[in-house]
Design a protein around this ligand. Structure first.
Ligand SMILES: [Zn+2]
Length: 436
């Protein structure tokens, strides 16, 4: 309704203007050379208006023609962008489907259509990697690494390649560069932790790891730390984190000894024995004793920290045998055997005792039991089950840190704690007897 009203007003205005122009008096004449053209004022005004309109239309046409090439280019770019986006999507799908030839083809197409953008370069590199073209992938990652905004992406790709081919020194250098480009990146922290574990950089591994591996990694870090005070602190950290881990107690005690803190060292080993007896702890406890009687006395003192544990009886049996006290040795080992511990080392020790007493038949009989006895305890990785001859901070079979533990193969199969009764030896020394 408003449009109709507006058109009516406009039409009325134009009619009024035409009426006014038609009614204008006078005439217009122009003389060019000998030629004179004359006309009335209304006609001259109409002609002039038409002339202006013609000039205006000609100018617009010329401007439009100059814009045609730019428009064609824009239209082409829009088409390329659309086709390039489609190629990117197809390359991503091909990568996800592990189709390296399609991934390479689509990544190359996206690069031609969209140019060398971070996305197309990354897709190209990943497609090369999936096709096994590691050199081409590395060249593409280096292109990314050279860009200011894309440096981290390129370094990340190169780092993964170095890790895959186990080139740890190159990987460590790339990790250092990536850290400089993007400090504190979460992914990089994990990569640096793995690198530190693989290259034996224990202090770095400890710093980058969580509490569940702290004890194991601190033991390892203490072992490679050249500064004595720092090594002592690391060993203490290990023992504090896990007092039941024998290597942690031994690491701490040995460094306390190196610092002339003999009493504190022995206290650590006694507390370790009380928590979780381990033969290596006893070895460390008696490491500076050569006299067999002194070793027996020390073994007795250590065993008393956890006297009901079969490991204490085994320790006493060995120390008594070494000291020539075969009767006591036999009593201790029989207490262990009667408690249900049927491990090879028990029968070997029984054979040794029988040998010392000149009972060849009993020794032979004991050795026959070795073949059918349970295996001795050993270090085993809780992650993959691999057995190890000695404790290690990281399992070499599965590269898991902090999982190697001392296990009793027959644990929980009929072994019971030994009921014991302390008594005093004739020589006044403390000894331990057993009631089974
Ligand atoms: Zn393992």
């Amino acid at each position: 309704m408003r449009a109709v009203f507006g058109l009516t007003i406009l039409a009325a205005a134009l009619i009024a203007l035409a009426w006014w122009v038609a009614g204008l008096p006078g005439s217009v004449s122009a003389t060019i050379g000998d030629t004179t053209i004359g006309t009335s004022t209304p006609v001259a005004l109409v002609l002039l208006t038409l002339l202006f309109l013609a000039i205006y239309i000609a100018i617009r046409l010329l401007v439009g023609l100059t814009r045609v090439p730019r428009g064609v280019r824009r239209s082409q770019a829009r088409r390329n962008r659309k086709r390039g986006d489609t190629a990117v999507t197809r390359a991503l799908v091909a990568l996800a489907a592990s189709d390296p030839s399609a991934a390479q083809r689509e990544a190359g197409r996206s690069r031609r259509l969209l140019g060398d953008t971070p996305l197309t370069l990354l897709l190209t590199a990943q497609a090369y990697r999936q096709a096994g073209r590691e050199d081409d992938a590395a060249a593409t990652f280096r292109e990314l690494a050279n860009g200011k905004e894309t440096a981290f992406l390129g370094l990340r790709g190169l780092l993964r390649q170095a890790t895959a081919r186990e080139d740890w020194s190159t990987a460590a250098e790339l990790a250092r560069q990536a850290e400089a480009v993007r400090p504190g990146a979460q992914w990089l922290q994990e990569e640096r932790r793995v690198l530190a574990l693989r290259t034996g950089q224990w202090a770095d591994a400890l710093r980058l790891s969580g509490p569940d591996t702290r004890a194991a990694l601190a033991v390892a870090a203490a072992g490679t730390e050249p500064d004595r005070a720092a090594a002592l602190r690391l060993a203490k950290q290990a023992w504090t984190a896990d007092p039941s881990l024998a290597p942690a107690a031994i690491a701490y005690a040995s460094r306390l000894r190196a610092a002339k803190k003999e009493s504190a060292a022995n206290d650590v080993l006694r507390r370790s024995w009380a928590t979780q007896p381990h033969p290596d702890v006893a070895t460390e406890y008696m490491s500076d004793l050569s006299d067999k009687q002194a070793r027996l006395k020390a073994a007795t003192g250590l065993a008393q920290q956890n006297i009901a544990h079969p490991e204490s009886q085994l320790l006493l049996a060995k120390a008594a045998l070494d000291a020539g006290m075969t009767k006591d040795a036999l009593r201790y080992i029989e207490a262990v055997r009667d408690a249900g511990l049927n491990q090879r080392r028990v029968w070997v020790l029984l054979a040794d005792i029988a040998d010392h007493e000149g009972h060849a038949n009993e020794a032979q009989d004991a050795l026959r039991h070795v073949a059918t006895a349970d295996p001795d305890p050993f270090w085993r990785c809780a992650a993959c089950g691999t057995g190890h001859g000695s404790w290690k901070p990281v399992c070499e079979a599965c590269n898991t840190p902090g999982k190697i533990a001392w296990v009793q193969p027959s644990q929980g199969v009929g072994i019971r704690q030994i009921a014991l009764l302390e008594h005093v030896n004739d020589d006044g020394g403390r000894d331990v007897g057993s009631l089974t």
